[in-house]
Design a protein around this ligand. Structure first.
Ligand SMILES: Nc1nc2c(ncn2[C@@H]2O[C@H](COP(=O)(O)OP(=O)(O)O)[C@@H](O)[C@H]2O)c(=O)[nH]1
Ligand SMILES: Nc1ncnc2c1ncn2[C@@H]1O[C@H](COP(=O)(O)OP(=O)(O)O)[C@@H](O)[C@H]1O
Length: 197
Protein backbone atom coordinates (compact mmCIF):
# COMPACT_ATOMS: atom_id res chain seq x y z
CA UNK A 1 0.00 0.00 0.00
CA UNK A 2 1.47 3.34 -1.03
CA UNK A 3 1.12 5.85 1.78
CA UNK A 4 3.10 8.80 3.06
CA UNK A 5 6.85 8.30 3.25
CA UNK A 6 8.07 7.29 6.72
CA UNK A 7 10.68 9.35 8.57
CA UNK A 8 13.67 7.93 10.40
CA UNK A 9 15.15 10.09 13.15
CA UNK A 10 18.56 9.01 14.35
CA UNK A 11 21.53 10.52 16.14
CA UNK A 12 23.27 10.16 19.50
CA UNK A 13 21.38 9.51 22.68
CA UNK A 14 20.70 12.95 24.17
CA UNK A 15 20.80 14.79 20.82
CA UNK A 16 17.15 15.78 21.17
CA UNK A 17 15.28 13.25 19.00
CA UNK A 18 12.46 12.60 21.49
CA UNK A 19 12.06 16.29 22.30
CA UNK A 20 11.73 17.26 18.63
CA UNK A 21 9.52 14.30 17.82
CA UNK A 22 7.11 14.88 20.69
CA UNK A 23 6.67 18.47 19.56
CA UNK A 24 5.98 17.30 16.01
CA UNK A 25 3.43 14.73 17.17
CA UNK A 26 1.67 17.37 19.27
CA UNK A 27 1.69 20.18 16.69
CA UNK A 28 0.64 17.88 13.85
CA UNK A 29 -1.88 15.60 15.48
CA UNK A 30 -3.46 13.30 12.91
CA UNK A 31 -0.45 13.65 10.62
CA UNK A 32 2.34 11.71 12.33
CA UNK A 33 2.29 8.41 14.16
CA UNK A 34 5.17 7.01 16.19
CA UNK A 35 6.48 3.53 15.52
CA UNK A 36 6.57 2.14 19.06
CA UNK A 37 9.72 0.02 19.38
CA UNK A 38 10.34 -2.91 21.69
CA UNK A 39 13.12 -2.65 24.26
CA UNK A 40 14.57 -4.69 27.09
CA UNK A 41 15.54 -1.56 29.04
CA UNK A 42 13.47 -0.56 32.04
CA UNK A 43 10.89 2.24 31.69
CA UNK A 44 11.99 5.67 32.92
CA UNK A 45 9.70 7.65 35.22
CA UNK A 46 6.92 9.12 33.10
CA UNK A 47 7.32 6.66 30.23
CA UNK A 48 4.31 4.56 29.29
CA UNK A 49 4.03 1.01 28.00
CA UNK A 50 2.76 1.04 24.41
CA UNK A 51 3.36 4.77 24.02
CA UNK A 52 7.12 5.23 24.45
CA UNK A 53 8.11 1.59 24.07
CA UNK A 54 6.85 -1.94 24.44
CA UNK A 55 8.90 -3.08 27.43
CA UNK A 56 9.86 -6.71 27.22
CA UNK A 57 12.37 -9.32 28.28
CA UNK A 58 15.36 -10.44 26.27
CA UNK A 59 13.88 -13.96 25.99
CA UNK A 60 10.50 -12.76 24.66
CA UNK A 61 12.10 -10.30 22.31
CA UNK A 62 14.58 -12.85 20.95
CA UNK A 63 11.67 -15.20 20.30
CA UNK A 64 9.91 -12.45 18.32
CA UNK A 65 13.09 -11.77 16.35
CA UNK A 66 13.49 -15.47 15.59
CA UNK A 67 9.84 -15.58 14.45
CA UNK A 68 10.53 -12.79 11.95
CA UNK A 69 8.30 -10.26 13.74
CA UNK A 70 10.89 -7.44 13.52
CA UNK A 71 12.07 -5.42 10.53
CA UNK A 72 15.26 -4.55 12.41
CA UNK A 73 16.80 -4.93 15.83
CA UNK A 74 20.00 -3.86 17.54
CA UNK A 75 21.93 -4.06 20.79
CA UNK A 76 22.46 -0.60 22.29
CA UNK A 77 24.16 0.10 25.60
CA UNK A 78 23.49 -3.40 26.92
CA UNK A 79 19.85 -3.62 25.84
CA UNK A 80 17.95 -4.93 22.83
CA UNK A 81 15.85 -2.54 20.76
CA UNK A 82 13.79 -3.30 17.67
CA UNK A 83 11.06 -2.19 15.31
CA UNK A 84 8.29 -4.76 14.92
CA UNK A 85 6.44 -5.12 11.65
CA UNK A 86 3.20 -4.42 13.49
CA UNK A 87 4.54 -1.14 14.95
CA UNK A 88 4.86 0.17 11.41
CA UNK A 89 1.67 -1.42 10.12
CA UNK A 90 -0.35 0.16 12.97
CA UNK A 91 0.74 3.65 11.89
CA UNK A 92 0.41 3.03 8.17
CA UNK A 93 -3.11 1.61 8.59
CA UNK A 94 -4.13 5.06 9.85
CA UNK A 95 -2.50 6.74 6.84
CA UNK A 96 -0.15 8.67 9.11
CA UNK A 97 3.50 9.52 8.46
CA UNK A 98 5.35 6.88 10.44
CA UNK A 99 8.23 8.24 12.55
CA UNK A 100 10.93 5.86 13.70
CA UNK A 101 13.53 6.72 16.35
CA UNK A 102 16.42 4.29 15.82
CA UNK A 103 20.16 4.17 16.36
CA UNK A 104 22.74 4.05 13.55
CA UNK A 105 22.57 0.24 13.33
CA UNK A 106 18.82 0.60 12.76
CA UNK A 107 19.49 3.08 9.96
CA UNK A 108 21.83 0.63 8.26
CA UNK A 109 19.39 -2.26 8.60
CA UNK A 110 16.35 -0.26 7.47
CA UNK A 111 18.31 0.60 4.31
CA UNK A 112 18.18 -3.11 3.45
CA UNK A 113 14.35 -3.12 3.56
CA UNK A 114 11.77 -1.61 1.20
CA UNK A 115 10.56 0.99 3.75
CA UNK A 116 12.15 3.90 1.82
CA UNK A 117 12.00 6.55 4.57
CA UNK A 118 13.48 10.04 4.73
CA UNK A 119 16.63 9.66 6.87
CA UNK A 120 17.26 12.55 9.28
CA UNK A 121 20.16 12.75 11.70
CA UNK A 122 19.80 14.93 14.79
CA UNK A 123 23.22 15.93 16.11
CA UNK A 124 24.29 17.90 19.20
CA UNK A 125 26.46 21.00 18.75
CA UNK A 126 29.38 19.26 20.55
CA UNK A 127 30.24 16.27 22.76
CA UNK A 128 30.51 18.63 25.76
CA UNK A 129 26.97 19.94 25.27
CA UNK A 130 25.70 16.41 24.70
CA UNK A 131 27.21 15.27 27.99
CA UNK A 132 25.69 18.23 29.85
CA UNK A 133 22.24 17.54 28.37
CA UNK A 134 22.42 13.84 29.19
CA UNK A 135 23.51 14.57 32.76
CA UNK A 136 20.81 17.21 33.20
CA UNK A 137 18.18 14.77 31.90
CA UNK A 138 18.90 12.65 34.99
CA UNK A 139 17.79 9.38 33.43
CA UNK A 140 21.10 7.52 33.39
CA UNK A 141 23.47 5.95 35.85
CA UNK A 142 27.12 6.94 35.44
CA UNK A 143 27.76 3.58 33.72
CA UNK A 144 24.93 3.93 31.22
CA UNK A 145 25.87 7.57 30.63
CA UNK A 146 29.44 6.56 29.73
CA UNK A 147 28.13 3.86 27.37
CA UNK A 148 25.88 6.42 25.67
CA UNK A 149 28.76 8.87 25.28
CA UNK A 150 30.94 6.19 23.72
CA UNK A 151 28.13 5.24 21.31
CA UNK A 152 27.64 8.96 20.58
CA UNK A 153 31.27 9.35 19.51
CA UNK A 154 30.85 6.48 17.06
CA UNK A 155 27.49 7.79 15.85
CA UNK A 156 28.91 11.27 15.20
CA UNK A 157 31.72 9.76 13.08
CA UNK A 158 29.51 7.36 11.11
CA UNK A 159 26.90 10.04 10.45
CA UNK A 160 29.46 12.10 8.56
CA UNK A 161 29.73 9.41 5.86
CA UNK A 162 28.19 10.79 2.71
CA UNK A 163 24.90 9.23 1.66
CA UNK A 164 23.88 7.83 5.03
CA UNK A 165 21.43 10.65 5.85
CA UNK A 166 19.30 12.86 3.63
CA UNK A 167 19.67 15.70 6.13
CA UNK A 168 21.69 16.42 9.26
CA UNK A 169 20.18 18.88 11.75
CA UNK A 170 22.39 20.37 14.46
CA UNK A 171 20.20 20.80 17.51
CA UNK A 172 21.74 23.88 19.10
CA UNK A 173 18.78 26.22 19.51
CA UNK A 174 15.70 24.00 19.90
CA UNK A 175 13.28 26.30 18.05
CA UNK A 176 15.64 26.61 15.09
CA UNK A 177 16.18 22.84 14.93
CA UNK A 178 12.42 22.31 15.04
CA UNK A 179 11.90 24.82 12.22
CA UNK A 180 14.47 22.99 10.10
CA UNK A 181 12.76 19.70 10.79
CA UNK A 182 9.28 20.92 9.85
CA UNK A 183 10.68 22.62 6.72
CA UNK A 184 12.10 19.28 5.54
CA UNK A 185 8.83 17.49 6.19
CA UNK A 186 6.37 20.15 5.03
CA UNK A 187 5.63 18.57 1.63
CA UNK A 188 4.79 15.21 3.21
CA UNK A 189 2.76 16.98 5.94
CA UNK A 190 0.70 18.84 3.32
CA UNK A 191 0.00 15.64 1.40
CA UNK A 192 -1.48 14.02 4.50
CA UNK A 193 -3.43 17.14 5.45
CA UNK A 194 -4.91 17.41 1.93
CA UNK A 195 -6.09 13.79 1.95
CA UNK A 196 -7.74 14.33 5.33
CA UNK A 197 -9.40 17.69 4.59
N1 LIG B 1 17.87 0.04 16.09
C1 LIG B 1 16.97 0.55 16.92
N2 LIG B 1 17.31 1.51 17.78
C2 LIG B 1 16.34 2.00 18.59
C3 LIG B 1 15.01 1.55 18.57
N3 LIG B 1 14.30 2.24 19.50
C4 LIG B 1 15.15 3.11 20.05
N4 LIG B 1 16.39 2.97 19.52
C5 LIG B 1 17.62 3.72 19.81
O1 LIG B 1 18.15 3.25 21.02
C6 LIG B 1 18.92 4.28 21.62
C7 LIG B 1 18.59 4.37 23.10
O2 LIG B 1 17.26 4.79 23.27
P1 LIG B 1 16.72 5.11 24.73
O3 LIG B 1 17.06 4.00 25.65
O4 LIG B 1 15.28 5.48 24.61
O5 LIG B 1 17.62 6.32 25.21
P2 LIG B 1 17.76 7.84 24.75
O6 LIG B 1 18.01 7.86 23.26
O7 LIG B 1 18.93 8.29 25.54
O8 LIG B 1 16.49 8.54 25.13
C8 LIG B 1 18.63 5.55 20.83
O9 LIG B 1 19.71 5.78 19.95
C9 LIG B 1 17.40 5.20 20.03
O10 LIG B 1 17.36 5.89 18.79
C10 LIG B 1 14.69 0.52 17.63
O11 LIG B 1 13.57 0.03 17.52
N5 LIG B 1 15.70 0.06 16.85
N1 LIG C 1 18.18 22.47 21.83
C1 LIG C 1 18.24 22.07 23.10
N2 LIG C 1 18.78 22.88 24.03
C2 LIG C 1 18.86 22.48 25.33
N3 LIG C 1 18.42 21.29 25.80
C3 LIG C 1 17.88 20.43 24.91
C4 LIG C 1 17.75 20.78 23.52
N4 LIG C 1 17.17 19.74 22.89
C5 LIG C 1 16.94 18.80 23.83
N5 LIG C 1 17.35 19.21 25.05
C6 LIG C 1 17.32 18.44 26.33
O1 LIG C 1 18.36 17.48 26.22
C7 LIG C 1 17.96 16.23 26.80
C8 LIG C 1 18.08 15.13 25.77
O2 LIG C 1 17.05 15.28 24.79
P1 LIG C 1 16.18 14.04 24.31
O3 LIG C 1 15.09 14.57 23.45
O4 LIG C 1 15.81 13.19 25.47
O5 LIG C 1 17.28 13.28 23.41
P2 LIG C 1 17.23 11.88 22.66
O6 LIG C 1 15.80 11.50 22.47
O7 LIG C 1 17.93 12.13 21.36
O8 LIG C 1 17.99 10.93 23.53
C9 LIG C 1 16.55 16.43 27.33
O9 LIG C 1 16.60 16.68 28.71
C10 LIG C 1 16.04 17.65 26.56
O10 LIG C 1 15.11 18.39 27.31
Amino acid sequence: MAGPRPVVLSGPSGAGKSTLMKRLLKDYEGVFGFSVSHTTRKPRPGEEEGKDYHYTTREAMQEGIDNGDFIENAEFSGNLYGTSKSAIEDVRAQNLICILDVDIQGVRNIKKTDLDPIYISIQPPSMEILETRLRDRQTETEESLQKRLEAARQDMELSKEPGVFDVVIINDDLDKAYEELTAILIDEIKKVQEVKS
